[in-house]
Design a protein around this ligand. Structure first.
Ligand code: HEM
Length: 214
């Protein structure tokens, strides 16, 4: 068991935990994105996808508790690393050229935006008593301009967080070579922008059209 404590105490170990938990969350995000993309095929297809999802008991009893655990690990380790970094660098970036890029330095703040989004999102779609279909629920909820704006803002934060997260994940897992680093960085950014844009299209189409999910 002592090796677990050693990993938890070391900075590299924590970065590894962030990478592995981040990879698990990325898989969830990707599968959630694919599921929600069915909404572009219309209301019937989206409702049929959602009812298939509900019929899989494995998701509720195994995958949801696992997802919650991974989220908690990612958040708590992230907070610990943030505090350690703050105390390790009292004179931040005293050496010119040592500044981190914008998406890297905003990671804790975009993380808070995602956490707030998740709480609101689960209250909107998960912790509710269902009286209408999933398509109707999503359409009605996101027709509220205030909530739609909040989704657009939060999903932009998610895009920024993921753009650095993907790159950081490669670094922490040792997938790193001067020859390919630019490609990995730009690939991470492109993947995050694609994911963010597809999610953003849903509230955007709801508030700007009368026909989406109708
Ligand atoms: C516009 C974008 C999104 C839409 C329309 C959407 C829609 C939904 C819906 C309808 C559910 C309930 C699933 C069901 O039980 O039928 C759900 C659950 C959930 N969503 Fe989203 N989602 C979006 C974005 C996101 C994002 C970006 C995240 C993560 C950062 C996320 C995380 C979750 C989680 C953790 C659940 C609970 C999982 C579960 O019910 O098993 N969603 N979402």
């Amino acid at each position: 068991m002592s090796w677990i404590l050693t990993i938890l105490r070391s900075s590299i170990g924590k970065k590894y935990i962030m990478a592995v938990s981040g990879a698990c969350l990325s898989f969830f995000l990707l599968s959630h994105l694919i599921g929600n993309s069915v909404s572009f095929l219309g209301k019937e297809a989206y409702n049929s996808y959602a009812s298939h999802l509900h019929s899989i008991g494995f998701l509720t009893y195994i995958l949801e508790p696992f997802l919650l655990f991974v989220f908690l690990v990612h958040i708590l380790t992230g907070i610990t690393l943030f505090i350690e970094n703050l105390s390790a660098r009292p004179n931040r970036y005293a050496v010119p050229g040592n500044e981190r890029n914008w998406s890297a330095s905003t990671m804790p703040y975009t993380g808070i935006i995602i956490l707030t989004f998740l709480l609101v999102h689960l209250l909107n779609f998960h912790f509710i008593t269902r009286t209408v279909s999933t398509a109707e629920l999503v359409r009605t909820t996101l027709s509220n301009p205030f909530l739609a704006s909040f989704y657009l803002f939060s999903l932009s934060g998610l895009t920024l967080h993921a753009s650095h997260g993907f790159w950081s994940l490669f670094q922490s897992l040792g997938i790193n070579h001067p020859k390919y680093n630019k490609f990995l960085q730009q690939g991470g950014l492109a993947t995050a922008v694609i994911i963010g844009t597809i999610f953003i299209l849903i509230p955007l189409l709801i508030v700007t059209t009368d026909s989406f999910l109708q």
